[in-house]
Ligand binder design. Structure first.
Ligand code: SF4
Length: 512
């Protein structure tokens, strides 16, 4: 990091929930689902502690997406490292002036319309911090834009929300909404904006541009190291549904890992919608390619811990126990985690309902076998040293009371296993479903939904603190912070239980 004052043409910034010094994925998830019921001081100083910035305004860590934008601009345009600064919302005002031509803003959930967060706000009062802090960031940028005349590009995983929903501040501030991976159309867009040329106001990139990815030049939030892009399994509610999975070359992945380690990051996260599918062109995992990558990663000795984010049930199902044991062995660095979890979308026990909403998720298994496949996969994960984090979707279009009852029975099976279960409410992504009001909510819940939801949470109340503690320990989080998070967690558990009682009474009253 340098203290040299610079006057950049391009400034890149993420909303404050993503400009934070999280050590493990759970800390980031916890922070991005909080509402203003949590006091702002506690959020800024404890839940989302701020990232260090050098004298030039450069953030030590920024989300991977911004690092990719920075790297692509360096490679595919004439901009140099002095022309681009990745910064934080706090340091942003000090960088803006007549020299700035483009400000790129990234947010994963700018209007709070992401599936997990609409579930949160359906239950809780207050405004999501992702939404509040993005709005405040845009208001500040808007004022500076009126003065200095630069252009604003809105991107990140939640960029689709700025296209699908009206928002006064975003509409006023953002000149171009950029949805999708940056490398194909992004560099040219920035060149045009810098030159003062006319551009489209919405760009949607369908491809994954994995052949154009450039190694990052600085550390990424949570040490996220991208392995693969896209997914292509077609889930109606997912931005990755139509993007065919592509994989990054081993050299790029290792280079990104080394950049993070050189910046002092010791605990990293693999970025992929299906970790087990690395290197494969089909839905069948390529064990040799995955292990080849992990062998190269193992050579980086300063790493202490790598977390996996997502995996697919059917990918796990197609690996043998021996293969999974070997993968687990290769995922152990200096700090062993007892809870190496993998998040897998189950959505419902009814495979036909899942296949109707997520056409490729069940393949190559038969929808009739889905429930059984889920049970076997969770058992297989436990046997081979992994911990399953299962997600369910309540209110999927076409869901019947029988589906809810079957899923409840599945949850009762899973609660005895090494698994936690996160139910979320269905949130449409397509324009026509948004218009048709297909969102599921507390108001649409029946008693059986509540029973399913609260049963999952009771399982999580028991097991998540163990995972959280273990991952924080392996991620090098201090004992004091771990203990404080545990106290905060207990407060949340009490609040959730009270909430379930209240909703139960409301449903009984409504149905009487
Ligand atoms: S399997 Fe997961 S990542 Fe792939 S489309 Fe479905 S929800 Fe998205």
């Amino acid at each position: 990091m340098s203290d040299k004052k610079i006057q950049p043409a391009v400034v890149l910034v993420a909303d404050r929930t993503l400009s934070a010094d999280y050590k493990i994925v759970f800390e980031g998830i916890f922070a991005t689902m909080q509402t203003t019921q949590v006091p702002e001081a506690a959020m800024r100083h404890f839940v989302s502690p701020k990232v260090k910035v050098d004298g030039a305004g450069r953030a030590a860590v920024v989300p991977l997406g911004l690092r990719r934008v920075e790297a692509a601009l360096l490679k595919y345009t004439d901009l140099t490292a002095d022309d681009i600064v990745c910064t934080t919302p706090e340091a942003l005002p000090g960088l803006l002036g007549p020299w700035v031509k483009v400000v790129g803003v990234s947010s994963s959930d700018p209007l709070g319309q992401g599936m997990s967060n609409t579930t949160t706000t359906s239950f809780w009062d207050g405004e999501l911090y992702t939404r509040l802090w993005t709005r405040q960031l845009l208001e500040g940028i808007c004022e500076a834009k009126d003065k200095w005349g630069f252009k604003v590009v809105g991107g990140g995983a939640g960029a689709w929300q700025w296209d699908r929903y009206d928002d006064e501040v975003a509409d006023k501030c953002i000149d171009v909404v950029f949805e999708g991976y940056f490398e194909n159309a992004g560099p040219q867009l920035f060149e045009k904006l810098i030159a003062g040329d006319q551009t489209e106001s919405y760009i949607c990139e369908d491809g994954t541009a994995d052949d154009k990815v450039c190694s990052i030049a600085g550390a990424s939030l949570l040490g996220i190291v991208e392995l693969s892009r896209g997914c292509g399994r077609g889930c109606k509610f997912c931005t990755m549904s139509r993007k065919k999975m592509g994989h990054l070359p081993v050299d790029t992945i290792i280079s990104d890992l080394e950049t993070n380690v050189a910046a002092g990051v010791r605990s990293v996260v693999s970025g992929s919608e299906d970790f087990f599918r690395y290197g494969s062109d089909t839905t069948k995992p390529d064990f040799d390619k995955l292990c080849g990558l992990l062998h190269e990663m193992q050579k980086i000795k300063e790493l202490s811990f790598m977390q996996i984010d997502h995996g697919n049930i059917t990918s796990v199902m197609q690996l043998t126990d021996d293969e999974l044991v070997e993968i687990r062995r290769l995922l152990t660095w200096s700090r062993r985690s007892d809870y190496l979890w993998v998040n897998m979308g189950v959505e419902s026990a009814n495979g036909h309902l899942v296949a109707a909403n997520c056409p490729g998720k069940v393949a190559p298994c038969r929808p009739d076998d889905w429930e059984d496949v889920v049970r076997q996969t969770v058992d297989k994960m436990s046997r081979t040293g992994f911990f399953s984090v299962v997600s369910l979707v309540l209110g999927l279009p076409g869901e019947t009371p029988d589906d809810v009852a079957r899923t409840y029975k599945l949850v009762k099976y899973l609660e005895k296993k090494d698994a936690v279960i996160f139910p979320v409410f269905y949130e449409p992504y397509s324009v026509h479903e948004i218009k048709e009001g297909k969102r599921f909510s507390v108001e649409k819940m029946r008693a059986d939904h509540l029973q399913l939801y609260s049963t999952c949470y009771e399982v999580n109340f028991r097991k998540v603190p163990l995972l959280f503690w273990d991952n924080q320990r392996a991620g090098g989080v201090s004992w004091a912070r771990r203990a404080a998070m545990r106290v905060l967690g207990k407060t949340e558990v009490r609040a959730w239980r009270k909430k379930f009682v209240k909703i139960g009474k409301d449903i009984a009253q409504r149905d009487s």
